[in-house]
Every structure is written in C-alpha cells, then in structure tokens.
Design a protein around this ligand. Sequence first.
Ligand code: AMP
Ligand code: MG
Length: 343
Amino acid sequence: METLFLSAQDPQTAEKAAEILKHGGLVALPTETVYGLGANGLDGDAVLKIFEAKGRPQDNPLILHVAQPEDIREICDPIPETAWRLAERFWPGPLTMVLPCRPSVPRRTTAGLDTVAVRCPRTPITREIIRLSGVPIAAPSANRSGKPSTTTAEHVRHDMEGRIDAIVDGGPCDVGVESTIVDLTGPVARLLRPGGVTPEQLRDVVGELIVDKAVTSQIDKDAVVRAPGMKYKHYAPQGEVKIIAGPREKAAAYIRRQFQDGDAVLCFEEELPLYEGCNPTAYGKESDTATLAHGLFAALRDLDRADIRVIFARCPEGGGVAYAVQNRLRKAAGFQIVTEDQL
Ligand code: AMP
Ligand code: MG
C-alpha cells in the first residue's frame, strides 16, 4: 500500500483524511500527546486493520476519540456526573476516561469489555478530521506494538510507511507521553495510566483517586487487568534498559564503573558533562520535567539499535508530569531499577 503524506497546513488535508477514515482506511493523526493511528471506531473491520498494522494483541482495547465532549453520549451510557466535571476541566486535552459502553461499539474496539475508553484531543486539525468523518475515531499510538510511541510524523513514517493509508504531519507532539487514563466505572476513580493530566489535578476534581498497581509494578502476562494493555512489554528499545536511581554524582560514579563498550546513557541535560565518553543522550532538563516528557520517546527511539547492549537511564523523581515519565521509563526497563542503596 502506498502511504499518502498530508500536511496539517494544507487546507485540503482535513477533508482528505476524513474521506479515507469514512471509507474504512487508516490515518495517522497528530495529537497533543503522541501520534495516533486512527480508524472508524464503529467499524469492526476498520478497527481490525489497526491491530494488523501495529502488530497489536487483540485483547488490548483502543481509545475512541471524539470531536467534542458531548459526542461521548453516542458511545457511553450511563455517564456519571464526575465524567462531565472532568471533561469540563480537562477537555480538549490529554485525559482519557473509561466509562460504561453502549452496545453499538464493536467488541473489537473494546476487546470484548463492557467499558470503553474515550478522549477529546486538543489538536485542532485532528478534531476537525474527527468532526468531518462523523464517527468516533479509534486511535492507539501510531507505533509498532511494543516500541516507543511516535511523537513526530517521521517516527510514524519509520514504523508505518506502506502499512497505512495516510499520515497527517502536524509537527512534534506537545506533551510527548500518552494520555492519562482514569477509570470511572467503579465506586472510586482509579488511575490506570499517568500522563499529561497529573494525579494532583485529577484529585482536585474527583477527590479520592486510587492508583492501580499496574502503574507501579509489572503485571503478570496471564493476569486479568483493568487496562489489558498494561501487561504487555512497552516502549522497549532492543537493548536492555536499566534505571539508575539516587543522587546525581553517586549514580554517575556507579554508571561509569558498570559502563562497557556498546552501552549508552540516557540522562538529563544537566548531567551530560558527567557522562563524557559514555555515549550519553539527554532527553530533557531535570529542572523542567515537561521537557523530559516531550523528549523521552524520541530519545528511546534513537537508542533503539541492535548494537546497543545496555541503556543506563536516569529517571525524574516526584509527581506532576514526572510521574508519567517514571511510569514509561519503568515499563521500558521492565521495572529493573538500581536503587540508591545498591549504588
Ligand atoms: P494506546 O492507545 O496504545 O496508548 O493504548 C490504549 C490504552 O488504553 C491501553 O493501555 C488500554 O489497555 C487502555 N484502555 C482502552 N480501553 C480500555 C478500557 N475499556 N478499560 C481499560 N483500559 C482501556
Ligand atoms: Mg501505545
């Protein structure tokens, strides 16, 4: 299949992309989080193509994207009052809500669950494409399954050229990590995945928030989990990722002792001088954690090479968006962490 490249600047792009989606095709779309691989979320055959193009296991459900908050009425029922309050505060934006699903949503989209994940993204061209297509758009991250998510159209081209109908180039994604996912189907709101909307911001609206254990630990591959995607290996470059925690100088001394030819270091900009000769890549500033979220996947993709054996990674501490960065890096590392007392 030949993949069409469309610029978000071109006034005809929205129409063209919507036409492809209406006819059951696949279009990669820019969002403020990462690039999504979109298809008509109400068409089971179109949705199947997403799983095939990504090589995604079919028990990993998709997020449905809507052009405006009210449109979730067509796919969710009942909708709790908390959902509207969250939508009011954070939509359009990097928040996904899991809600009870209407029977009209194909089982392929929800992987057979009776709940569905929904989000209204912020990027205007993508909202316009969804509006023109007239249906909710199922869109997981536009990467090959298991690989780091795509945050530029070039990343999408690398993973998906020849496998999908079109790529809409809207420039680099703003946030850089996938949406926050909150499950609202239980008595208490539950965080399934941290993202651009922070736990602190969520608590401000919902009060109590449980953090699901899949956020902080490795889930057994046979386990039944609330967000089935969480049990799969994620974001992983070919080399082994090891997180080295602890203070800057102590961690650097440890890494320099362990470092062998063919290894790499993924660190903060402030730390670059400590890793001369150790093949360092900085993914952002520790003093500005939004830059870490923004740069993480591009850096992991750069380091996704067969000749790199071990990637020693530095991970930010604390809450806010750093919490999402920690989660993605821990997953990339299969939760392998060398803690301060082991340095
Ligand atoms: P991706 O779009 O690739 O970032 O992955 C979507 C994430 O949303 C996966 O981790 C899914 O497990 C999660 N998800 C989608 N639908 C549901 C649902 N109904 N319940 C819980 N998690 C979901
Ligand atoms: Mg993904």
